[in-house]
Write a protein that binds this ligand. Structure first.
Ligand code: C2E
Ligand code: CA
Ligand code: CA
Length: 864
């Protein structure tokens, strides 16, 4: 007996301890778990008393009902459904619940008490079996009540039934054997299972409320009449008056209660389900990440958007501390927001804080991850009342709810917009406005500044001939070259086109000069011509405004640097020039010139001078070279004065077309239709697709046969875009037009291209002709040029023949055609008309060279 006592007390204590432990671990409500534990304690003591010899009726009639009463109290103390006010109606329902439970128990125990004395006599299998359904209902009730104590606790009916069956088996055994203590162990076993279930938090027995899908149904409606039926049978169909009255009363109460209860339950559950659906939908589908953190900042909940917005699975976030995910520089923002929260208003706050999203890298097998800082805009609100605090105001220490939205894209866009407003899209350097404001800032700070204006020489050619893509590549390379050439702290900008600018950190004169030279040198080494294309160089203008009251702003400084750069260009490029005040006037002149030239071209106010080409054998004119002139005021400007402007502004194209038309028109009116006309053509004209048509139309308009026209192109113009130039010239040549290489010998790649270009004539530059008979090298050069031409089957024309000696030597070396002041300067056609087409004065030509008339005149060429 003593062993049984100890076992009862020990197991009872264990059950109570487990229930209390469960309460502590699971933050459950104190009344529910506490009363459950107390009930068990009472029951254990009762059992112990029974073992010690307590009279059975005290146990059956006193302690057992007390246990169930305890459960009833626990039910009443159970928390309501969150968000549902427990008003008078709710209290009434609870009261009904209690009445029913207590009444039910009372009724049953009345029967038990009455039959108690009969049990020993009637004990036997039949009675045991009859007792079974009663016990079953009892157990189900107990389990159901416990389930109700914990509303967030899904207690599957199966478990409740299992517990009930265990207890039932014990009681049945006790009745059958007539020894009440036999059931004790079974009761304790059932209690233990319930207690363990309380402890199994996190096991599948517990789920979050919003995961509730099925309504727990510890009671089944059909089970309710069972006790009455059973009692009716048990009392041999002779219920006494008390039982009958009690039954009627109970039936009524139960019926009323059930109807009301089930109605209320239905509506409660459907509203709960609806709310859960909405709530869950909001959480699941939210584009924003939603985090719930406790007062210490530990994340307790994260919605699925976390995976997308923060690249961390919600489950991995839960249990971690929010601060550890935030950018170290931003944690204080969140802290401050929490501190500055206005508890009286309780409006949520907005904070922008970067969140470290892990970004995987590496191959699948051996990968790791780096942290990518995502800019998140957090809406921080204090956590509203939790279970037990329905609908209440948020309180300090209750934790926070954060709704986060990824604004990285927006921030990046903002940054890009700011950047785009300040930088040049192609090269990434500062743009003109940004550069000007940098200069202004420097002036305001130091009172002085140096500015370098860098312009690429020959860029236009690349752009026009190789196309814009090549041009863009060249500009990027140039930007890089410039950045390398200057210091890390010097500001570099692209002003537009091929114009760049540098704002050196210091405005010390020698340093600025040094930097300008460095830039020029860097660009001399800079070579886009790896594929045999033209290379560019840089012209640099330097302006320095030393400390003191600034007399010029950024715009003026840049303009002056531009003027200095233009001087550098005029000096042939690839050099640096420092600004001097007189330059300002020059530029005004230059822009006026451009405007005037434009008007002149449009009004065809230009004129042509023709220079005869002489056949040294026959001393006759074989053709003319058309050279453009611009009558300005009383004087006539030579091409050197306006051609650079025409080339630069593109005016050269309409101007060249006019020269073609006009020269051929003049030729058409010339008395001798064997005379040819040579026209100078610029690279820009050749590149245009319409050049062929323009030429052919000019020929047709003048009724001139194509073989009377020679197009003169310089080597440099020809090789800029060798392929296109060659094909354009080839198509014209197939019409009969001749092609001459002008200024032969002054280009840098003379011979290499000669064989690849469709050429008929070489024009030896006057700088070689000039030295004939004076400098032995020039004689050698001219002779070898003539020899080369003969080899290639080309005609040769010597330019700039000013002396008889030169003419005689040329003839001696085998050059038949020449032009120069010796014979005639370029003159208007009217003057030429009255001149003698024979060379005057007569040359004293070398022996063996007969003076003969040649039938065919003009450059006549055979090709090898
Ligand atoms: P270029 O094609 O070499 O033309 C010959 C230049 O040499 C002409 O200068 C002519 O006046 C000059 N000249 C002729 N004989 C002598 C001489 O005995 N001694 C010296 N010292 N010079 C002589 P101009 O007319 O000033 O033309 C200069 C350049 O302008 C031309 O050089 C040509 O490249 C270009 N040019 C002239 N007219 C046109 C044109 O209509 N279109 C194009 N694209 N260029 C033209
Ligand atoms: Ca020429
Ligand atoms: Ca020439």
């Amino acid at each position: 007996m003593n062993g049984a006592l100890v076992a009862t007390l020990a197991t009872g204590a264990l059950v109570v301890a487990l229930i209390l432990l469960a309460r502590w671990r699971w933050d459950g409500d104190l009344p529910g778990a506490g009363v459950t534990a107390a009930s068990y304690l009472l029951w254990t003591l009762g059992c112990a008393g029974l073992v010690l010899g307590l009279p059975a009726p005290v146990f059956w009639l006193g302690l057992r009902p007390a246990v169930f009463a305890g459960f009833a109290v626990a039910t009443a103390a159970a928390p309501g459904v969150e968000g549902v006010e427990r008003g008078p109606r709710e209290w009434a329902f609870l009261l009904l619940d209690g009445c029913m439970t207590v009444g039910g128990f009372f009724g049953m125990f009345w029967i038990l008490a009455r039959t108690q004395t009969l049990i020993p006599e009637r004990a036997g299998p039949t009675w045991g079996l009859l007792w079974l359904p009663v016990q079953m209902l009892l157990c189900v009730t107990v389990a159901g009540l416990i389930a109700r104590v914990a509303p967030t606790h899904r207690m599957p009916s199966a478990v409740a039934l299992a517990v009930g069956l265990i207890v039932l088996a014990g009681d049945t055994l006790a009745l059958v054997t007539g020894r009440p203590t036999v059931g004790i162990g079974f009761w304790l076993g059932g209690g233990l299972i319930l207690a363990v279930m309380f402890c199994l938090r996190g096991a599948s027995l517990f789920v979050h409320p919003y995961h509730l899908e099925e309504r727990p149904r510890p009671f089944q409606l059909w089970q309710l009449p069972i006790p009455y039926v059973v009692v009716y049978i048990a009392t041999d169909y002779r219920p006494d008056a008390v039982i009958a009255a009690l039954n009627c009363l109970l039936a009524l109460v139960v019926f009323a209660e059930l109807v009301v209860h089930s109605r209320r339950n239905e509506s409660l559950w459907s509203s709960l389900r609806e709310r859960n659906r909405v709530y869950q939908g909001v959480l699941q589908d939210s584009q924003d990440v939603i985090l719930q953190i406790d007062a210490e900042g530990m994340i307790e909940f994260a919605n699925p958007a976390a995976a997308r917005v923060l690249s961390i699975e919600p489950d991995a976030l839960v249990g971690t501390v929010l601060r550890e995910h935030l950018h170290p520089d931003d944690t204080w923002l969140v802290n401050r927001a929490a501190e500055a929260f206005d508890w009286s208003v309780q409006a949520s706050m907005r904070v922008e804080a970067r969140f470290g999203a892990p970004v995987p890298f590496g191959e699948p097998g051996r990968s790791g991850s780096t942290v990518e800082w995502r800019s998140i805009e957090w809406t921080v609100s204090p956590r509203a009342a939790g279970p037990g605090r329905p609908g209440g105001r948020a309180e300090r220490g209750g934790g926070w709810v954060l709704a986060g939205r990824d604004i990285s894209a927006r921030i990046a866009l903002e940054r890009e917009l700011v950047l785009a407003a300040r930088t040049d899209g192609l090269t990434g350097l500062l743009n003109r406005p940004a550069f000007l404001s940098a200069v202004d800032a420097r002036l305001a700070e130091n009172g002085g500044a140096a500015v370098l204006f860098v312009d690429l020489d020959g860029f236009k050619g690349v752009n026009d001939t190789l196309g814009h893509a090549a041009g863009d590549r060249l500009l990027c390379a140039a930007a890089e070259c410039l950045r390398q050439a200057v210091g890390r702290y010097d500001t570099v900008a692209r002003l537009g086109g091929d114009e760049f600018a540098v704002l050196p950190r210091s405005f010390d004169l020698p340093e600025a000069r040094e930097m300008a030279d460095a830039v020029v040198t860097a660009f001399n080494g800079f070579d886009e011509t790896a594929h045999g294309r033209r290379s560019v160089s840089a012209s640099v203008g330097v302006v320095i405004l030393e400390g003191g009251p600034p007399d010029r702003g950024a715009t003026e400084l840049l303009r002056d640097a531009d003027l200095a750069m233009y001087r550098a260009k005029q000096r042939g490029g690839a050099g640096a020039v420092e600004f001097e005040p007189w330059m300002s006037e020059r530029v005004l002149e230059r822009s006026r010139l451009r405007a005037d030239l434009e008007t002149a071209v449009a009004n065809e106010a230009l004129t042509l001078h023709l220079q005869p080409v002489i056949d040294l054998h026959t001393r006759r004119w074989t053709g003319f070279e058309a050279l453009i002139r611009w009558p300005v005021g009383g004087e006539t400007w030579s091409p050197a004065q306006f051609l650079p402007v025409a080339e630069e502004s593109g005016l050269i194209v309409p101007m060249g077309a006019w020269v073609l038309r006009e020269s051929l028109r003049q030729l058409a009116g010339w008395r001798d239709d064997t005379i040819g006309m040579a026209v100078n053509v610029s690279a820009q004209q050749l590149v245009g697709t319409e050049f062929f048509d323009i030429t052919m139309q000019a020929l047709e308009a003048g009724g001139i046969s194509p073989d009377r026209l020679t197009l003169e192109i310089t080597e440099q113009a020809a090789i800029q875009d060798l392929g296109r130039t060659a094909s354009r010239l080839e198509s014209l040549r197939s019409e009969g037009v001749h092609v001459a290489i002008d200024d032969f010998g002054t280009g840098f790649s003379s011979l290499q291209y000669l064989s690849r270009l469709p050429v008929d004539i070489l024009k030896i530059d006057r700088k070689f002709v000039w030295g004939l008979g004076q400098h032995a090298e020039d004689d050698v050069l001219v002779r070898s040029m003539i020899g080369l031409a003969a080899e290639l089957g080309l005609e040769v024309i010597a330019e700039g023949v000013e002396t008889r000696r030169q003419a005689e030597l040329l003839l001696e070396y085998g050059c038949r055609l020449a032009q120069g002041f010796l014979f005639s300067p370029p003159r208007p056609i009217e003057e030429l008309r009255s001149a003698d087409p024979f060379v005057s004065p007569a040359l004293r030509l070398g022996a063996g060279v007969p003076r003969q008339a040649v039938g065919t005149v003009g450059p006549r060429v055979t090709h090898g």
